[in-house]
Design a protein around this ligand. Structure first.
Ligand code: SAM
Length: 281
């Protein structure tokens, strides 16, 4: 590590409540020579609040590759740089991963200034097992791809965390119910730390019904925390049965593949076989 190189500070900013802007984040933003921000117009007022004289450059998903090289050049000249995103922790469903990697490859020190992260804030209040969890971020925007992703996750036993926007919350919740079943426990955390903060802890079916019934509950930003599959979860067993059936079906006739997949996974043989006949019709 060259002592003359600048350091890259990865700085978390609030997810809605300015009271969550840490003293250390403010001091870092006031001290650095350059701030790389996802949206410079959005971050300028926050950075102005901190004092200091950093210049701002945009770093977003469309320019990250080239911009990372320019920022690394500044680090190599000895300038300290901060990375911020529009809200929360950079790199978490936000740009920055390529810059961090490039800075590391150039031998520069990369340091976190931790703070708010919507996924962790939601998990911390969900009351759903938090010892093992997976962060899935945003689901695909297209319905078919979204359902396919959910199918691949239905047998996951760890707690699952998803981000969702107001545009898709209703249709995504409907897909969760269709794939995971209505009775899976979940928590929908909306507008965390903000004025209209709401947390609904219920089954997926009840959460979906409440959000459909109340258009206010469809506004804002969302984190959905879903309990992992439990032993005997029918939707999870069927999904696993379908996965094994599809593999066996490549080598065996359908009746034989369905029988073996049912024996291996405990999924209902008739259902696996019925799926096959609807597919081939
Ligand atoms: N980097 C951010 C973080 O650390 O959480 C996440 C950025 S991602 C582009 C934005 C998504 O995070 C939103 O669509 C929403 O799913 C979630 N999110 C951000 N702020 C939130 C809040 N105050 N309440 C609930 N969800 C939030």
């Amino acid at each position: 590590m060259n002592a003359n190189k600048g350091r890259l500070w990865v700085v978390a900013t609030p997810i809605g409540n300015l009271g969550d802007f840490s003293q250390r984040a403010r001091e870092t933003l006031a001290r650095v020579a350059l701030v790389a921000a996802e949206d410079t117009r959005h971050s300028a007022p926050l950075i102005a609040q901190c004092g200091g004289s950093a210049s701002l450059v945009a770093l977003h998903e469309h320019n990250e590759r080239e911009q990372a090289q320019r920022i690394v050049a500044r680090l190599l000249e000895g300038d300290d740089v901060a990375l911020v995103s529009d809200a929360g922790t950079p790199l978490v469903s936000d740009p920055g991963f390529r810059l961090v990697r490039a800075a590391r490859e150039a031998g520069c020190e990369v340091l976190p200034v931790p703070g708010a992260c919507a996924a962790i804030a939601a998990l911390s209040v969900a009351g759903i097992a938090s010892d093992r969890f997976v962060f899935e971020g945003f689901l695909p925007a297209k319905a078919a791809a979204r359902r396919e992703r959910l199918q691949a996750l239905v047998a996951e036993t760890r707690t699952l965390i998803f981000y969702e926007s107001s545009h898709r919350i209703v249709e995504s919740l409907a897909d969760f119910c269709a794939v995971f079943g209505d009775s899976r426990s979940a928590v929908l955390a909306r507008e965390l730390t903000k004025r209209f903060e709401t947390t609904i802890a219920a089954t997926l079916g009840d959460i979906h019904a409440r959000v459909v019934a109340d258009s206010d509950q469809q506004r804002g930003e969302f984190v959905l925390v879903v309990a992992g599959a439990e032993e005997g979860d029918e939707a999870a067993t069927l999904a696993e049965g379908r996965r094994v059936f599809a593999l066996l079906r490549e080598e065996l006739p359908p009746a034989r593949a369905a029988k073996l997949a049912a024996a291996i996974t405990g999924a209902p043989r008739k259902q696996l076989y019925a799926d096959e006949s609807t597919r081939t019709e």
